[in-house]
Design a protein around this ligand. Structure first.
Ligand code: AMP
Length: 395
């Protein structure tokens, strides 16, 4: 990896500002319902503490829009981290200012604290240099382990790097860059990309990039209907983006001219309404009846896609194949999860819904890499340089 890693620095006795992604889901009582993101940064946290670093952790949580809002406090994350580490994790009620400075300077070797939500200050997302400088004043070294936020140039991911040196990648960040980097630069072939989800427009750059680097692109989810409609296929009442039909057409043409396989569903699961009470029916052809909505890929499509996945040496998957939140339209996504898990290829799953599908089936350990970044992994795999990565010190 061309970027400096936390493994390249000696943390002993140094105050280290580490950007983590503790953007955990909370219930109405303010309790953490899933601590995966905290767990994901543990290796780096422990690595630094075991080597005598003085660790200052900072994160965002939710979208408090630049205002203090107790609903988005990171205090529960400090409590959970203390339980996991079996040592105190003092919580500082503001990420900048005298209290934060005093707490940071009072840290001894091997001690850790957590700062309050960075986004309680509007300057965080606006990347205001004065704010970044105040964050930097707390520490001597910067480590970024928040891959999921690296596609945003915020004060804690980019601005701060102008005031601290060195700036290193944490172990989680490093692992993400290694796996995603391999898929981007030197993938084993055949390379199969699976793209689903709601909108073509959201993933257009990703699709374009996959048409360049992948051999086969399997399309599912609502975005498939925009492609089918662009080919003149009846899509009934399915969700389509009619202002993207020309774009879909040009992507199909591009796939043909590049000699790539862009596969679309050949059958569907449909219903008369978009509702949990809707009864799922199989539409056995490419065409969807005029009064029906396509809500999942059908059994023949699942088999065809699974056969492509079985041949792959590299698999990248982002986005569900149907409305997988409703059980009767989840089978397509689950079938893909199974096929990916059964494959011995390098497999990378990114994006909340596809990751949830893989985990729901207990198949998380059967894929090579589950990316912690939705937007960040999409942008990275689209070939875009992430500002939070670009800002790290070169090795
Ligand atoms: P994305 O955030 O783009 O990955 O899209 C995820 C969302 O796409 C999920 O909430 C799915 O319910 C939705 N989705 C997938 N397939 C369909 C479909 N056929 N019709 C409507 N929504 C869909």
């Amino acid at each position: 990896m061309p970027k400096l890693s936390v493994r390249d620095i000696d943390p002993k006795g140094k105050r280290i500002f580490m950007r983590v992604d503790f953007n955990v889901p909370l219930n109405d009582n303010g309790e953490i319902t899933d601590d995966t993101r905290i767990q994901a940064s543990l290796p780096t946290i422990q690595y630094i503490l075991e080597r005598g670093g003085r660790l200052i952790l900072a994160s965002h949580l939710g979208r408090p829009k630049g205002k203090v809002n107790p609903k988005y406090s990171l205090k529960p994350a400090a409590t959970r981290l203390a339980q996991i580490l079996g040592k105190p994790v003092p919580f500082v009620a503001d990420c900048i200012g005298p209290e934060a400075e005093a707490a940071a300077h009072a840290l001894k070797d091997g001690e850790v604290l957590l700062l309050e939500n960075l986004r309680f200050h509007p300057e965080e997302e606006k990347n205001v240099p004065e704010f970044a400088q105040k964050l930097a004043a707390l520490a001597e070294v910067y480590v970024d382990d928040a891959f999921g936020s690296a596609h945003r140039a915020h004060a804690s991911t980019e601005g701060i790097t102008h005031f601290l040196s060195p700036c290193a990648a944490g172990l989680l960040m490093e692992k993400e860059l290694e796996y995603l980097g391999k898929a981007l630069e030197n993938p084993a072939r055949p390379y199969v990309a699976i793209v689903g989800g709601a909108k073509v427009s959201d993933k257009i750059e990703l699709l374009q990039n996959f048409l360049k680097i992948a051999d086969t692109v399997l399309v599912g989810g609502a975005m498939a209907y925009t492609f089918l409609k662009a080919q003149g296929v009846e899509t009934g009442k399915s969700k389509t983006e009619d202002d993207k039909l020309d774009l879909a057409k040009s992507l199909l043409t591009e796939a043909t001219s590049r000699g790539k396989h862009l596969l679309l569903p050949i059958d569907h699961i449909v219903a008369d309404k978009f509702d949990v009470s809707a009864v799922a029916e199989t539409a056995p052809t490419r065409e969807i009846p005029a009064d029906r909505i396509g809500l999942d890929i059908g059994p023949a499509t699942r088999a065809e896609y699974a056969a492509e996945i079985a041949k792959a040496k590299t698999i990248v998957w982002n986005g569900p194949m149907g409305v997988f939140e409703m059980p009767q339209f989840a089978e397509g996504t689950l079938a893909i999860a199974k096929a990916v898990a059964a494959s011995s290829a390098i497999s990378i799953v990114g994006g909340g819904d596809s990751v949830a599908a893989v985990k729901k089936m207990g198949l998380g350990d059967k894929v090579s890499h589950i990316s912690t970044g939705g937007g960040a992994s999409l942008e990275f795999l689209s070939g875009i340089t992430l500002p939070g990565v670009a800002a790290l010190t070169e090795k």
